[in-house]
Design a protein around this ligand. Sequence first.
Ligand code: ZN
Ligand code: ZN
Ligand code: FE
Length: 751
Amino acid sequence: MPSMKTIYFHIKGLVQGVGFRPFVYRIALRYNMKGWVDNRNDGVHITVTDEYGKIQSFIKDIRLEAPMASKIVSIDEKVLNTELFNDFKIVKSKDISNEITEISPDICVCDECLADMKIQPNRLSYPFINCTNCGPRFTIIQDLPYDREKTTMKSFVMCESCKSEYTSILDRRFHAQPIACSVCGPEYTLYFEDKIEQNFEKIISITSNLIDNGKIVGIKGIGGFFIACDAKNNNAVSELRNRKHREGKPLAVMFRDIESAQQFVEISDIEKTSLLSWQRPIVLLKIKDNLAEKVANGLKTIGSLLPYMPFHYLLFDKLKTPAIVLTSGNVSDDPIITDNQTALEKLSGICDAIVTYNREIYNRTDDSVITFFNKEEKILRRSRGYVPSPINLNMSVDGIIATGAELVNCFCVGKNNQAFMSQHIGDLKNIETLNFYEESLERFKKLFRISPNYIVSDLHPDYLSTKYAINTGLKHIRVQHHHAHIASCMAEHNLDEKVIGVSFDGTGLGDDGNSWGSEFFVCDLLDYKRYTHFEYLPLPGGDKTSKESYRMGISYLYKTFGKDFTKLEIPFVKNLDKEKTKLILLAIDKKINVPLSSSSGRLFDAVAAIINLCTLSTFQAEAPMRLEAIIEQNSNEKYEYSFNDTISFNETIKGIVTDLINGVSTSIISAKFHNTIIDVILEVVSKISIEYKLNKVALSGGTFQNRYLTENLMNKLSSKKFDVYTQSKIPMNDGGIALGQLVIAAKKIKT
Ligand code: ZN
Ligand code: ZN
Ligand code: FE
């Protein structure tokens, strides 16, 4: 008889809340393996006794067949004293703190379920099919432990057939909490022309007909409602924009499958992997053509995604068009609508028909958005598929709540060494969004069993997140906006030391009372020294400047040329309203409502205005996005600037105006401007590096969402042997601020 060995395995990675233990159990039965599997905070633990070779095949299968939403990072192996077991057991976890990590994000429908949808009699074309490896999770969870009774599936009583699958450990649907079939599960309803349709086959055929005929349809998704129309039909897309009052911002497009997507957008291998990942994010991709012009409105990339709900697959089976616009179902800046009644009330003015279903969405999520810089995935909006996966830190952040910023808000709660970032919340100045914020924060506290001792906010006294923090009455810590950006980047990379921090964005209150946004820091998690920044410029009209970029154009031209700028022979100046300009100059001179700002975002706005590319923005960051979109990629030219105590762009602005007068193309001007900014950062970072003997550079802030800027900067810094850190898992925009606030607060509390 071959010798028996007892081997212990410790599997680390994303192995919680994804049905890993029953999966291990099934593989163990395949090999007739004896022992046990257990799931703790630090991963999955397995002990088995058998022949060594057989154990190796067993563990190899675990690696190869692991559930879609799991990710094995490492498997440690240890030989124990031989111990004989009678059977293979799942050890029930008693540790309540264990459960907190077990909330999985929502997972796209899996291939096996798609196959079942064609053959299982009780699930033929059944749009709520799911299994242990796929289906809704976070969006339906009301409380823990994760059990059907504590999800919005509780009102659906399992039929006998579902129940037997649910209770059979060898079944693919063992303990699949949202398990359902056409006999017992949720159902779709279509509202169209005062009629209500509940026959699913008819719902699909009417919906697909409407879309193919240029109509607009509201469709309930996994985390909220969406609005769909044919992405190849310019009239339909225009109509959608009109009805939704969404003039400029590019719309996301869902393609039938990867092959269809390839006809419309360029897809590299890594982008393809992300498109097909179980998170099914929106991926920003370069447009080839064939889409309705109104979809991207002149920008060169488009948010693209693939079907993730059974409904999407069934719809595309019937649709003629391989591409549909799929945009958030909301009115103006409100959060995406989640409940049926509100959808019927508020979306009926936009949509020709509305498709709902009778399972409640408890936690709202939007589609997540990612892009690639230098082949690295960067998340820009973190929501469906990613939330509430924790960020693992190497320090305790227990009992701290970070309230985030304002415009692109996410909050973050700390439990032990883990940070739980909320889903994308939005602009808190909107009352509906603020309600969503407060509600979600309460839910996160309850869900993750947080009893907060500290609350941390931005410095800005007017941010509603700051006011929220004050109102809790908890011990309150305030963190400077750009320090939080850099700390967020550091936390993602588990850096806890002095670094060079470069934080560029649109705005954030500085500790001198001015608006910052081009900060070079020497900093660690506790504190920062502001080394230098762009020269302060007046923001005529204050907050108005972020939408009315011509105001920044005037401010920069006035600073560079004085009053004479009005005589410049360039289209931007010639088109200016003389009266308005006079008032703006007067306001600057008299310092009436003209806060000072070192914002890099506002400089990009100014340049976009001066070259007459974008003088008014219809959505956030439109001017910098348009400026980036026109870049001539193959130009190495740049402009002059000066760097003394601060960085001045007088020479840059002069250069741009001269180029304009000489008829240089705006594409070249844009390239030269971007190259100048890259040069500035290189020069300053090199200088700090020598002075402080630092080699690690952390880049964060919304300005770095500019692909040309960040890719070229990263390459140039790397070639100068700097260690460059940028954010991938957490947004580099204000959506990532809360994580930085959290770790800074943790440091401050400890000292
Ligand atoms: Zn499945
Ligand atoms: Zn059933
Ligand atoms: Fe910011």
